[in-house]
Design a protein around this ligand. Structure first.
Ligand code: IMP
Length: 195
């Protein structure tokens, strides 16, 4: 199949995410969810990142004939059975970044194996086609939060090959090695084959 349409609707209204996607998918016109659907809500009740990303993409695709792109991501800590995983944003009762992080460090207390990864699944849906790509960044979880940048679990995640956390990095450096970037590059490759 050849793509004649070069517009991609991202199933998010997060300006940060939209900009990051526009920078990588630079031969496409990128629009946000609210450009095609006034109110767009989905119950993310899948069991994997890819299932949740697909649910989001599919839900938005009913409003447009353009390509729809959705992602779902989170932190997987190997010694915790890949927790928090798809529950990353709702790990603690309070469901705030601070409380989630606190719960993670409590659960890791005394555990030596601190290896973890951020995972991202990106799904592009157009006509009857689905492209699904996963991206990762591997690293470890430190004992105490360090750094003020970023969000979520960034203050406790030190990526492989670095000795600072994601929260100590500038956005440009983080975005150049992130799980989202990794997944997006793979989506780009797959889409470009169809142009
Ligand atoms: P979302 O799928 O991008 O909405 O991410 C879900 C949750 O995973 C976030 O609320 C964070 O807790 C966590 N997460 C995903 N990506 C990152 C990241 O790059 N840094 C820190 N936390 C992240």
């Amino acid at each position: 199949m050849y793509l004649v349409n070069r517009t991609i609707i991202v199933a998010s209204n997060n300006e940060h995410k939209i900009r990051e996607i526009q920078e990588i998918l630079n031969s496409f016109t990128i629009k946000k969810a609210s450009d095609v659907a006034e109110k767009f809500e989905v119950e993310e009740d899948g069991e994997t990142f890819c299932e949740n990303a697909y649910l989001k993409a599919k839900a938005l695709s009913i409003y447009t004939n353009d390509i729809v792109l959705a992602d779902d991501s989170g932190l997987e800590v190997f010694s915790l059975n890949n927790e928090p995983g798809i529950y990353s944003s709702r790990y603690s009762k309070e469901q705030t970044d601070e409380a989630n992080l606190e719960k993670l460090l409590k659960n890791l207390k005394g555990i030596k194996d601190r290896r973890a990864r951020f995972s991202c699944c990106m799904v592009a849906v157009f006509a009857d086609n689905v492209i699904q790509k996963e991206g990762y960044v591997y690293g470890k979880i430190i004992d105490e939060p360090i750094g003020k940048n970023g969000f979520g679990y960034d203050p406790v995640f030190v990526p492989e090959g670095y000795d600072i956390t994601f929260a100590q990095m500038d956005a440009e450096t983080k975005n150049s090695i992130s799980h989202r970037k990794n997944a997006l590059e793979k989506i780009k490759e797959a889409l470009e084959v169809m142009l």
